[in-house]
Design a binder for this molecule. Structure first.
Ligand SMILES: NC(=O)C1=CN([C@@H]2O[C@H](COP(=O)(O)OP(=O)(O)OC[C@H]3O[C@@H](n4cnc5c(N)ncnc54)[C@H](O)[C@@H]3O)[C@@H](O)[C@H]2O)C=CC1
Ligand SMILES: O=C(O)[C@@H]1CCC=N1
Length: 270
């Protein structure tokens, strides 16, 4: 199953679907092979204009046209989107919905449904998603490989067992929202210290990119990298002391745990 031979249909054409569509188009997938079901006409129109793809409010039409369906509506809207999807046959369903388990998707689509559950993040918009992927009980190795190929067009994609996908959701699914305020707050500090806002924002964001690259490219533990920055009696260790005083590391750790628990809770409701 080659990716460029697949007809890919999205149920929902919101923020995440748009990010993934952008990645697929950038990687050379033809716009003729992508379509989307979107019930809110202004969003449908934006997707038509931005991507030149076929978009309709008729989900059954999207299912008919597609080999692979990507469920990209909010968890609470999945039941409705699937109830309007018409016959689904043996098509592959890939869900990016937070918390919703492959078992509950199989229950909604059909007990033999081929389902892959995926947790990407909003950085797919700039092709830098960190994505976890797990198969449902009827998905084949090829199905997982295809999902991996799709999500590799928008960043890094890794197979993870389903019992750990809530942890992935708390970490990389929600994570960008934990880092954006860090960038804003660091820039605020620099503005306080006299830098103009634009310069402060660029330097703060680039600092996050650079720090992330250091972790990935050196393979060193973050604590080792932190020590490289902290000169004895220097400027950094005083900042580290402040972060420790405010329990910033505990706050980040708890934020990820909270996100993972919420994901689990959403899964129990379905
Ligand atoms: N926003 C994020 O950072 C991330 C979101 N997700 C998951 O991605 C999914 C989509 O989230 P977003 O793109 O943020 O939401 P969104 O609200 O931007 O997009 C959802 C779209 O689905 C449409 N829709 C709702 N019911 C529909 C139906 N029955 N038929 C057709 N279209 C319908 C809405 O009009 C909307 O345009 C969610 O399940 C979320 O858990 C996963 C990872 C990250
Ligand atoms: O907040 C949410 O529920 C979605 C899923 C992961 C990121 N955003």
């Amino acid at each position: 199953m080659k990716l460029n031979e697949q007809k890919i249909g999205f149920l929902g054409a919101g923020k995440m679907a748009s990010a993934i569509i952008r990645g697929l188009l950038k990687s050379g997938i033809s716009k003729e092979n992508i379509c989307a079901g979107e019930k809110y006409e202004p969003s449908a129109e934006v997707a038509r204009k931005d991507f030149g793809i076929f978009v309709t409010a008729d989900n059954a039409e999207i299912v008919k046209r597609s080999d692979v369906l990507i469920i990209a509506v909010k968890p609470k809207d999945i039941a409705e989107a699937l109830s309007t999807a018409g016959p689904t046959g043996q098509k592959l369903f890939i869900s990016i919905a937070a918390g919703v388990t492959t078992a509950s998707l199989e229950e909604m689509i059909g007990k033999d449904a081929r389902v892959v559950r995926v947790m990407p993040n909003i950085c797919a918009t700039v092709l830098e998603s960190a994505t976890g992927i797990c198969p449902g009980k009827n998905a084949s190795k090829e199905d997982v490989a295809l999902a991996k190929e799709i999500f590799s067009t928008v960043g890094v994609a890794m197979e993870i067992s389903e019992d750990l996908l809530d942890a992935v959701t708390g970490l990389s699914g929600s994570g960008p929202a934990y880092i954006f305020p860090v960038i804003e707050a660091m820039a605020d500090g620099a503005v306080y210290a006299g830098l103009d806002r634009k310069t402060a924002m660029i330097l703060a964001a680039q600092t996050v990119i650079g720090a992330a690259k250091m972790v990935i490219e050196t393979g060193d533990h973050p604590a080792v990298l932190k020590d490289m920055v902290c000169s004895p009696a220097g400027t950094t260790i005083v900042g580290i002391q402040t972060l420790e005083e405010y329990s910033v590391r505990a706050a980040f750790m708890n934020a990820v745990i909270d996100g993972a628990e919420k994901s689990k809770e959403i899964g129990k409701k379905k």
